[in-house]
Design a binder for this molecule. Structure first.
Ligand SMILES: Cc1ncc(COP(=O)(O)O)c(C=O)c1O
Length: 461
């Protein structure tokens, strides 16, 4: 009784280094509906390992299709994880007071990693397997710069060269994250660039293109496909990336137990879906086994992939270099408005999340950026941490969920993923304080026009 009272007033729930999860959780083994096969765009047939071998090491290809429930984390990866993991879980007592809710709010804080977000959970694993299989260089894209800095960090520690194609608008808006990427030894160019066929083609047609994740992916894939020493590395969307992030939710399960609580609502922001999956999948395992949990994905109204996109086969990139994946999409040539949550500006979303949305296990909401920033500032003023604009979508979703519970006369336990801090996003906050942020909501015509890009592609069953 006393222990429970102590847990109720406690703020931080921390695990010992020895409690770091030693396995990643693979949700494929528990999904009620298997995800659709990935298709070769030329033949329309499922892709095999040989199709993917020019881009990825074999172990990651194996993880991509694995149905084993758990996959062991290599010792060297655990050793590097231990620099910042296990990450803390907080009870947001002060936010609860600030909004006057009767619900309990918890958050898992991934901003304590050296690059400041959840991204190194997969970057370190990907760099490790590439090094093990003899690659010496990785090529990747980055939106806000969180992923690029995470991969640069991982490559530095593991001993690989790294080339980052950074979405041009973010390259200009976030010069400090660019410097961080350089500090960890990676080479970085704004995308679209003159260095690839894909980049040159886009610049010829749209010289002022702000870039997009879809375009930057095309450039990085082309770079990797053209060199034997180089593999491609993706920071989200793919099954193996989501798999590596599940250390977040596994730790959170143990920490919620320390807090003597279990969430009624689990919330994360969704770009490609990796931080959301990282927190939510271990809880979805419980939901699939019969527990009642509301699992909420939060996205920007300017790029409403889950709430307004369609479930269809589409390319992962703008120049149609990737295989076809069945996912919620806005069309591969959709270029989202340059909102400040750069990491959420992606036309698609992870196939595993898409399937779980289709099966009714996850629901989604979309928010305008001024509302999101207002919630971010409220959070910073109560909990102290200034969130990344991406993570602020989860904060906004949490505040809405708490208010909805209050309106319904209920007390809920809400857990969200604070996927990163916003210390490199100060220009975004400056613009918000100056009243310069535009709220971008798409009209139906724009969505219909963008979706024409997928006409003629195979239809999922
Ligand atoms: C802090 C942070 N959160 C969330 C995201 C969105 O990516 P994902 O949906 O893969 O977690 C990003 C992407 O850059 C990010 O930097």
């Amino acid at each position: 009784m006393q222990a429970r009272a102590a847990a109720a007033s406690q703020t931080k729930f921390v695990l010992d280094e020895s409690q770091l999860p030693r396995r990643w959780y693979n949700i494929r083994s528990d999904m009620p509906t298997a995800p659709q096969p990935v298709l070769h765009p030329g033949t329309g047939q499922p892709v095999g390992p040989d199709d993917l071998a020019p881009l990825f090491p074999m172990e990651l290809i194996r993880q991509e299709v694995s149905e084993e429930p758990e996959i062991a984390i290599p010792e060297q990866v655990l050793e590097i994880y231990s620099l910042w993991r296990p990450t803390p879980l907080f009870r947001a007592h002060r936010l609860e007071a600030a909004i006057g809710t009767r619900s309990r709010i918890f958050y898992k804080y991934e901003g304590v990693s050296p690059p400041g977000s959840h991204k190194p959970n997969t970057a370190v694993a990907q760099a490790f397997y590439n090094k093990q299989e003899g690659r010496t260089r990785l090529a990747t894209e980055t939106g806000a710069g969180q992923w690029g800095s995470a991969l640069a960090f991982a490559c530095k520690l593991i001993g690989l060269d790294c080339k980052v194609y950074m979405v041009k608008i973010s390259y200009e808006q976030k010069p400090n994250r660019r410097s961080l990427i350089q500090a960890w030894g990676a080479e970085i160019v704004p995308s679209p660039s003159e260095e690839t066929q894909s980049g040159r083609a886009i610049l010829a047609e749209h010289p002022d293109s702000p870039g997009s994740l879809g375009i930057a992916i095309s450039e990085a894939v082309e770079d990797a496909a053209g060199r034997d020493d180089t593999a491609y590395s993706l920071g989200s969307v793919l099954n193996h990336v989501l798999l590596h992030q599940t250390v977040i939710g596994q730790e959170a399960l143990a920490q919620m137990e320390l807090a003597g609580a279990f969430p009624d609502v689990v919330i994360g922001c969704v770009g490609g879906g990796s931080n959301f999956a990282g927190l939510a999948f271990p809880f979805l395992r419980e939901k699939i086994a019969g527990r009642d949990i509301d699992v909420l994905a939060c996205e920007p109204a300017a790029c409403p992939t889950l709430t307004r996109g369609v479930f269809a086969y589409d390319f992962g990139d703008t120049s149609k270099l990737t295989p076809l994946v069945a996912m919620h999409t806005l069309g591969h040539d959709f270029v989202p408005a340059p909102i400040h949550a750069g990491g959420l500006r992606y036309h698609g979303v992870a196939p595993l999340i898409s399937q779980l949305v289709r099966d009714g296990l996850i629901r989604a909401e979309a928010y305008l950026q001024n509302d999101v920033f207002a919630s971010a500032v409220l959070f910073a003023g109560s909990e102290g941490i200034l969130p990344a604009p991406e993570a602020a979508h989860a904060i906004h979703g949490t505040i809405r969920a708490a208010k909805a519970a209050d309106d319904a006369g209920e007390e809920r336990t809400i857990l969200f993923n604070l996927s990163g801090h916003g210390h490199f996003d100060m220009a975004a906050y400056d613009n918000y304080f100056a009243g310069k942020l535009e709220d971008v909501a798409l009209d139906e015509d724009e969505i219909e026009r963008a979706l024409r890009a997928i006409d003629g592609l195979p239809t999922p069953v």
